[in-house]
Design a binder for this molecule. Structure first.
Ligand SMILES: [Fe+2]
Length: 244
């Protein structure tokens, strides 16, 4: 009797556990924030995590305004700037690679579109300060900079000393080596006019719109917080793709 009673209950509980498990895994794999509507060729990618999920390191309000207003603004302005031109048939990487031939509107908004797509992917609620020792990017950082903390110091300095608005980068340079650089405004290392050219692997946005609500003028605190939410799996994936 006990067995007969226990059997169906166990089955129901097992079913609930399986159902709960699959729902959770679907939630984790599904995009959690839909991209704003941006009519035209270039579309924003959905955000893989909720706005509040990077707290306490980056606050929800900053994330929402940054994604839905600033990034959407660059995307809309880029689409307007290229509408009806030959650039509509090119990829964003192709456009950036010959940006010296383009208008300031395409340069600023094309950079803003690309840079933010990368920035969101570089962040994760499950992020960490350092890459796992098993990742290729971890070994490559040690080989290029001596150790992780030397890399962190140099990257932090590049981000902290960028005058005004801009970005700091970890790139795979044209010689196939890891390097750190920074760019003004919405420029990036894919641009033919960049001082240091290469393929971006990791980026930090140091425009005030990225941190001012939470950190005000304390950019170093924001840079330090950024090192708690880096998606090193994604940086590693980009590194492996860029290298091959
Ligand atoms: Fe930004």
């Amino acid at each position: 009797m006990k067995l007969l009673y226990g059997g169906p209950i166990m089955l129901i509980m097992l079913g609930m556990m399986i159902s709960g498990c699959c729902q959770n895994s679907n939630k984790e794999s599904a995009a959690l924030v839909s991209a704003p509507e941006t009519p035209g060729k270039f579309k924003m990618e959905p955000l893989d995590y909720p706005f509040a999920s990077l707290e306490p390191h980056i606050d929800a309000r900053t994330m929402q305004i940054h994604y839905e207003k600033h990034h959407a603004g660059y995307t809309k302005n880029l689409n307007n700037a290229i509408k009806g031109t030959a650039l509509e048939s090119k990829s964003i990487e192709e456009i950036l690679g010959e940006i010296s031939k383009q208008s300031a509107a395409v340069r600023n908004n094309g950079g803003g579109y690309y840079n933010h797509n990368l920035f969101w992917k570089n962040l994760s609620p499950n992020g960490s300060e350092k890459p796992g020792a098993n990742l290729e990017i971890s070994k490559a950082i040690d080989a290029a900079f001596g150790n992780f903390y030397k890399f962190k110091k140099e990257f932090t300095a590049a981000a902290a000393t960028r005058f005004g608005s801009g970005w700091a980068w970890l790139i795979l340079d044209e010689k196939g080596k890891l390097a750190i650089s920074s760019t003004p405004n919405q420029d990036n290392p894919l641009m033919d006019l960049a001082e240091k050219k290469g393929i971006p692997l990791l980026a930090i946005d140091v425009w005030e719109h990225a941190y001012y609500l939470q950190y005000q003028n304390r950019r170093p605190d924001y840079i330090s917080a950024f090192f708690n939410v880096i998606n090193w799996e994604e940086v590693n994936r980009r590194y492996l793709t860029a290298k091959n």
